[in-house]
Design a protein around this ligand. Structure first.
Ligand code: HEC
Length: 137
C-alpha cells in the first residue's frame, strides 16, 4: 500500500509543518509592536506619567483630569476634560504627545496649554498612557 503510506507521510508533514508554523507565528507576535509585551511597557511608564501629571498638569486639568484644577478658572481657554469619552475616541496618541511636548499651538489650539520641552520620551509616553487611563469606563 505505497499510496496510502505516501498520503500518511504528506499528512504527517502537514501537521509538523503546520504546528511549527503556528509556534513561529506566536513567537513573532510576542516580540512584535502591537503585542501584549508592548502594552506592559506602556503601563510600566504609566506610573511615571501619573507622577508628572500630579505635579504639573493637575493645576489646570485637575487631579482626576476633568479640567477643574485650581488654576483652571484664570485661563482664557478651559482645559480639556481628559475623561470625556467623545474626546478620548476622536483623539490620537500622536496628538496627545504633540500637545504635551509643544503645547496648544502644536495642534492648532491656544497657548493656554503650555509646552513641556524638558520631559523625556518615557515621561511623555507615560503621560499618554495615564491620560488614556482617565477615559470614563
Ligand atoms: C497652565 C494650565 C495647563 C497645564 C499646566 C497643562 N494644561 Fe493641558 N490644556 C490646558 C488648556 C487650557 C487646554 C485647552 C487648550 C485649548 O483648547 O486651546 C489643554 C489641553 C490639553 C489636552 C487636549 C488637547 C486636545 O486634543 O485638544 C491634553 C491632552 C492636555 N492638555 C494634556 C496636558 C498634560 C499631560 C499636561 C501636563 C504635562 C498639561 N496638559 C498641562 C491647560 C493646561
Amino acid at each position: 500500500m505505497p499510496t496510502q503510506l505516501r498520503i500518511a507521510y504528506v499528512l504527517l508533514a502537514l501537521v509538523v509543518f503546520g504546528s511549527g508554523f503556528a509556534t513561529a507565528a506566536r513567537l513573532v507576535q510576542s516580540g512584535g509592536g502591537e503585542s501584549p509585551h508592548f502594552r506592559l511597557f506602556d503601563q510600566a511608564n504609566q506610573e511615571a506619567g501619573q507622577r508628572v501629571f500630579q505635579t504639573r498638569c493637575f493645576v489646570c486639568h485637575g487631579r482626576g483630569g476633568k479640567g477643574d484644577g485650581p488654576s483652571a478658572t484664570g485661563l482664557a481657554e478651559k482645559p480639556q476634560d481628559l475623561t470625556d469619552s467623545n474626546w478620548q475616541r476622536t483623539t490620537s496618541d500622536d496628538r496627545i504627545r504633540s500637545v504635551i511636548q509643544g503645547g496648544g499651538p502644536a495642534i492648532g489650539k491656544t497657548g493656554a496649554m503650555p509646552p513641556n520641552p524638558d520631559l523625556t520620551q518615557e515621561q511623555i509616553q507615560g503621560l499618554v498612557a495615564f491620560v488614556r487611563s482617565l477615559a470614563a469606563h
